[in-house]
Design a protein around this ligand. Structure first.
Ligand code: PAF
Length: 280
């Protein structure tokens, strides 16, 4: 269904708790793991499918973004999803939005530095769909770790009264993080793209072996530096809540995050690392 009126009527016919999964379609197993998590947390599952123009910058892949709503709806029906909301642009934004969500400082680093305005666009649609669906729980993937952190902040700061649940990244057998954008990769690029998860795993292992911040970053950078056909946008080891860089003495959880172009496709990935601090 695509209109607010249809959505309202369908929600009214679904008494009980509801969990929301927001997507841009082109669904893969990663999305389905969000749906399954949602199903375990509420009586009804609502999935939205909308390629939100506000979160794409000039020159990004808004036009090319893969769209196949019929295939997505069939997959979701198979998962027992109760309701799919797939609005048109006119239905999503009946008027040019004048009141905008300001995502604050976390939106200015990493993804936000390369994609100015991206998180403002994300939070605009997230706030809107949360208000339309009014779920008890909303489930987001940890692959977009910065998005997940900003959604949590949105909900906290605006008292949106919904529980936000993060779901671990789903990976292909060879380690590549599942992403709708993997569909852009040629077989050769697909092979080169493995450098991202390999670099993160090397950093994670270095931390587990007692490496501190600089060493973890260096080990991961070395893997990326040796990879052909991979242009790194950023590799950062940050605090998982603030997304600020960690200092050398940091201990506990850090987020090792990477973004890189493989051919013309920009991919992101991340892993949590367990830092033990500088060696004595
Ligand atoms: O993660 C995504 O697919 C999008 O950013 C989201 C949350 C559906 C908002 O458009």
């Amino acid at each position: 269904m695509g209109t607010r009126a249809e959505l309202r009527a369908a929600l009214a016919a679904l008494p009980g708790s509801r969990a929301l999964v927001m997507t841009m379609g082109a669904l893969h197993d990663g999305h389905l793991s969000l749906v399954r998590e949602a199903r375990s947390r509420a009586e009804h599952v609502v999935v939205s499918i909308y390629v939100n123009p506000l979160q794409f910058g000039p020159g990004e892949d808004f036009e090319a973004y893969p769209r196949d709503v019929d295939a997505d709806v069939a997959l979701l029906a198979h998962e027992g999803v109760d309701l799919v909301f797939a609005p048109s642009d006119e239905e999503a934004y009946p008027a040019q939005p004048l009141v905008r969500v300001d995502p604050g400082p976390v939106a200015g680093v990493l993804e936000g530095r390369t994609r100015p305005g991206h998180f403002a666009g994300v939070l605009q649609i997230v706030a809107k769909v949360l208000n339309l669906v009014r779920p008890d729980v909303a489930v987001f993937g940890q692959k977009d770790a910065q998005q997940l952190a900003l959604v949590r902040t949105l909900v906290r700061d605006l008292d949106l009264g919904v529980q936000i649940v993060g779901v671990p990244i789903r990976r292909e057998e060879d380690g590549l993080a599942m992403s709708s954008r993997n569909a852009y990769l040629s077989p050769d690029e697909r092979r080169r793209a493995l450098a991202l998860s390999r670099a993160l795993a090397a950093g994670r292992d270095a931390a587990a072996a007692g490496g501190a911040v600089a060493e973890v970053r260096r080990v991961a950078e070395d893997v990326l530096g040796a990879a052909e056909g991979v242009r790194v946008d950023y590799l950062a080891l940050v605090d998982p809540d603030t997304f600020l860089p960690l200092d050398e003495r940091a201990t506990g959880a850090g987020l090792l995050a990477v973004a890189a172009w493989v051919g013309t496709t920009r991919l992101i990935d991340n892993m949590t690392v367990d830092l033990q601090g500088p060696r004595p």
